[in-house]
Ligand binder design. Sequence first.
Ligand SMILES: NC(=O)c1ccc[n+]([C@@H]2O[C@H](COP(=O)([O-])OP(=O)(O)OC[C@H]3O[C@@H](n4cnc5c(N)ncnc54)[C@H](O)[C@@H]3O)[C@@H](O)[C@H]2O)c1
Length: 399
Amino acid sequence: MEWRPRQKPKEVRIAFIGTGVQQRSHIRTYANLPGVKFVAASDIVEEKLNEFCDDFNIEHRYVDYREMLKRDDIDAVDVTVHNNLHLPLVIEVLRAGKHCYCEKPMAGSFVDAVAMYEASEEYGKLLHIQLARIYDHVTVAAKEHIDSGKLGHIYHARSYGYRRRGRPYVDGYAEKEFDQAWIAQHGALYDMGVYHISQLLYLLGLPKLERVSGKVYQELDMDPVRKEISKFDVEELGVGFAHYENGLTLDILESWAIHGGPFPPSAIYGSKGGVSLGGDFSSIKADPMENAFTFYDEELGYPRVVKLDLQAEFGRRVQVDPNYNFYANSQAHWLAALRGQCELLPTKDIALETMRVSEGLFLSSTLNREIYAEEIPTLSKSTALRTQETPFGTLKYDF
Ligand SMILES: NC(=O)c1ccc[n+]([C@@H]2O[C@H](COP(=O)([O-])OP(=O)(O)OC[C@H]3O[C@@H](n4cnc5c(N)ncnc54)[C@H](O)[C@@H]3O)[C@@H](O)[C@H]2O)c1
């Protein structure tokens, strides 16, 4: 390839709301990307805020994010707080005229996600939802197979995610709010399920949901002390079955904890071929052929299993494709879209469709019946926090 000097990318000025576990992961990713300025950060817990700002050299610190949003030197705000706070904070960011990056799941309920979507349209600002799996090598490879027609007519997909014992906080990792419905709203399906469901809905071209049924469970014992502290009241296992347009079906199985062996990976099945989406970021294996995307079809009537070496191919693409970094991960993509180097993938649409089927599944579990897609907008109730108690008083949210 012809040698060209690397151009310095246009600077993007980022601010942060929430300085917890996941925001630390975001900022480390941004720090590895060129042309990002960390302007300011906000957290209601001052010690946490100061520690974050000291660690990442951020000068401007705010316990009240509303003061931070008055600044005119911020391009985009990264909102990484728990799910029932997504709607109020995202709306204020968009209303303040800043682009907004928001964590998954999009919100605590479907109607709240719709309100966020509409606010992004109304204020004319980008809204990007963190859906990490759509950038995975397996997803890119699967999309190329689907787009080239190698699967034929696609009729079924499987969204599976497995942890033997990995409930946040009660089994060790993350803060107790993950387990509390008042702020997180739901458990395994919102934490891990959204990654797997969104990956499939993206690959399936955002099909139209017709109806869904499902059930959520909390059956396994847990550490009694951590159970008492966390007041765990969300699901550790979610199962569902959804019907989409044109006879397409999707089955869902997502576990934070279960007495059972690993589930097979998510998969998509078509009349001419199928793909197995192994190599989940949570279970990447050292052996590149095991870290596997697998394609199934027939050759001369024989069932054929094709393993692709994604590491070798993506190692090559990093070197030769000047636009590779525009899609390398959620943050790299966000920065490229903010700079106008590529169009933002429709993550708010993918996230909204993920919310639709998830909400249908939860409603089905509560009402003990199948839920039709047209019922979801009316049965879904806002779960967003209207007020929030903070060390400096009660915040009232206007949305
Ligand atoms: N922890 C993970 O591994 C992980 C992974 C992927 C996605 N997420 C998502 O990230 C979000 C946050 O999770 P987390 O683990 O980082 O939570 P966390 O509890 O570690 O951090 C949340 C932070 O938000 C702050 N906060 C709350 N209200 C605020 C307000 N009004 N203004 C400013 N700050 C406020 C809290 O004080 C806290 O520091 C959730 O939506 C979760 O689903 C987390």
